[in-house]
Ligand binder design. Structure first.
Ligand SMILES: NC(=O)c1ccc[n+]([C@@H]2O[C@H](COP(=O)([O-])OP(=O)(O)OC[C@H]3O[C@@H](n4cnc5c(N)ncnc54)[C@H](O)[C@@H]3O)[C@@H](O)[C@H]2O)c1
Ligand SMILES: O=C(O)C(=O)C[C@@H](O)[C@H](O)[C@H](O)COP(=O)(O)O
Ligand SMILES: [Zn+2]
Length: 383
C-alpha cells in the first residue's frame, strides 16, 4: 500500500539563508543538486578560477564519483583526497595527513575544500579548512541524513581527544551547504535512523510541527521516502540555522542544540567511539535528560512519554555497558561547563527548553540509572 505523508507542505529545491554574526551563507536542499555543483562553485568563487579539493571516503566515492565527476568539465575536475570512514579516525593525525597532502598538491587560499561525506568527514574537513594556511574556504555536501539535518550547518568543526568528544576544533563556517536528498538512497538504514535522532532533537527543542510530523510518518520516513526526508531535512535545518543565527558561539541559546549530548557524548566515550553511532548515543542521552525533566516536574508524564516514545520508535537502539556513575564522571569534559558550572538543557514542553545550572551529580546519576533500565528492557545487541 502506498503511504501518503501527513501535513507539512512539499518543498521543491529550497534555499535557507543563514545569517550569523561573522558570516552568511546559503543552505540548498533538493534532489539531484550534485549535477549542478560546478556552476554553483564557480558562482561562489565569484567567477574567478579556483582549485577544488574534494575530501571523501573510499566507500562513498565508489558509490557517487560518477555523478560528481559528471558535474565538472574534465580539466576542472576536483583533486580527490581520501579519509578512511569511522568515528575512530576523527583524530588529529587525520587532519595532519590531509594537510600534508594539500600542501603537496599546491593547495592555496584560492582553493576550495569540498567535504563530501557524513558528519565525521565534514567535521574533519571543516577543521582542516579552518587551519590550513590559517583558513581557506570550504563547502559541505553532506551525504548522511545526520550531516544533512545537523552537522553540515553551523560551523562547528573539530576532532576528538582521548579525553572527550570534539575537544579540539574551531568555529569555521562553510561557504555553502548542498544537501542532495538523492545521496541518501545508498545510506544504510541504521545510519538513517541515527540521523533522525538529531531531527527528533530539533523537534523537541524548537519545532512542535516537526515533532508531530516525525510521530505521524514514522514508516515513510524510516523507509527513506525522498519527499518525507526532504521535509524532515528542511525543517531540521531551519531549526539549526535559526539557533546559530542568534547565538553563533554557543554562549546561550545554541546550547539547546546540545540537548541529549551531555550524556550522549559520555556514552560515546564510555564505549570507545566504536559501539554506538552518534545519533544512537544522543538518543539514550536524551532519554536521560527527559528523566531529569520529569523528576523536576518540568514536563508532565504525558509529554515525557510522547518524547521518549518518539525517540524509541526510530530504534531499536543498541545496548551498551556502562554504569550510571561512570557516565556522569565522563561528563566532566562537557564544553557547556563553564567555571565548574554544568549547563544542562531541559525540555519544558514540545518545542521549548530551558538551560539550568543546578543539576547535581546525584540527580544526573538517578536519571542515567533510569535510562539504563530502559536500555536493559528495550536495547538490542549493537550491530
Ligand atoms: N558539527 C556539528 O555540528 C555536528 C552535529 C552533529 C554531529 N556531528 C558529528 O557527526 C559525526 C557523525 O556523523 P554521521 O552520523 O554522518 O556519521 P559518519 O560520518 O561516520 O557516516 C556514517 C557512515 O556512513 C557512510 N556514508 C556516508 N554517506 C553515505 C552514503 N550516501 N551512502 C552510503 N554510505 C554513506 C560513511 O562512510 C560512514 O561509514 C559525529 O562525529 C558527530 O560528533 C557534528
Ligand atoms: O551545532 C551545535 O551546536 C550542536 O551542538 C549540534 C550537535 O548535534 C553536535 O553533535 C555537535 O558537534 C556537538 O558539539 P559539541 O560542542 O558538544 O562538541
Ligand atoms: Zn549531535
Amino acid at each position: 500500500m502506498a503511504l501518503t505523508p501527513k501535513t507539512l507542505p512539499i518543498p521543491s529545491t529550497k534555499t535557507i539563508h543563514l545569517s550569523a554574526t561573522s558570516t552568511e551563507y546559503d543552505i540548498h536542499i533538493g534532489q539531484g543538486l550534485l549535477s549542478t555543483l560546478h556552476p554553483r562553485l564557480q558562482k561562489l568563487a565569484g567567477g574567478k578560477s579556483y582549485r577544488p579539493f574534494l575530501i571523501t571516503s573510499p566507500n562513498i566515492w565508489k558509490l557517487w564519483s560518477k555523478q560528481v565527476r559528471a558535474s565538472f568539465p574534465e580539466a576542472e575536475s576536483p583533486t580527490v583526497l581520501f579519509l578512511p570512514p569511522g568515528e575512530k579516525h576523527k583524530r588529529l593525525p587525520a587532519v595532519e595527513s590531509l594537510a600534508e597532502q594539500l600542501a603537496q598538491h599546491g593547495a592555496d587560499r584560492d582553493s576550495i575544500l569540498i567535504a563530501f561525506g557524513g558528519g565525521v568527514l565534514g567535521d574533519i574537513t571543516g577543521f582542516l579548512a579552518a587551519i590550513y594556511m590559517r583558513g581557506i574556504p570550504y563547502v559541505q555536501i553532506p551525504t548522511t541524513l545526520l550531516a544533512q539535518v545537523d552537522s553540515s550547518v553551523g560551523g562547528k568543526t573539530g576532532v576528538n581527544l582521548a579525553a572527550g568528544k570534539n575537544l579540539i576544533g574551531s568555529f569555521h563556517h562553510p561557504r555553502a551547504v548542498f544537501a542532495d536528498i538523492a545521496l541518501l538512497k545508498t545510506l544504510p538504514p541504521l545510519e538513517l535512523r541515527s540521523g533522525l535522532q538529531e531531527s527528533i532533537k530539533a523537534g523537541i527543542i524548537a519545532d512542535p510541527k516537526l515533532f508531530a510530523y516525525l510521530e505521524q510518518n514514522n514508516e515513510l520516513i524510516a523507509n527513506g521516502d525522498p519527499e518525507a526526508l526532504t521535509k524532515v531535512v528542511t525543517a531540521s535545518i531551519k531549526v539549526k540555522a535559526n539557533v546559530v543565527a542568534k547565538d553563533e558561539r554557543e554562549s546561550g541559546l545554541r546550547m539547546t542544540l546540545n540537548f541529549g549530548h551531555t550524556l550522549g557524548h559520555a556514552i560515546e566515550a564510555a564505549t570507545g567511539y566504536k559501539k554506538l553511532l552518534h545519533g544512537e548515543a544522543v538518543a539514550w542521552g536524551s532519554i536521560a535528560a527527559l528523566h531529569v525533566a520529569l523528576a523536576r516536574k518540568v514536563i508532565d508524564p504525558d509529554t515525557f512519554a510522547r518524547m521518549a516514545n518518539l525517540i524509541l520508535s526510530y530504534g531499536p537502539l543498541p545496548r551498551f555497558k556502562a554504569t550510571a556513575s561512570d557516565l556522569v564522571a565522563l561528563t566532566s569534559s562537557d564544553k557547556k561547563t563553564r567555571s565548574g558550572r554544568r549547563a544542562f538543557v531541559l525540555p519544558t514542553g514540545i518545542g521549548s527548553t530551558e538551560i539550568v545550572y543546578d543539576v547535581t551529580d546525584e540527580e544526573l546519576t538517578a536519571a542515567a540509572e533510569s535510562m539504563l533500565q530502559t536500555m536493559r528492557a528495550t536495547g538490542v545487541k549493537p550491530s
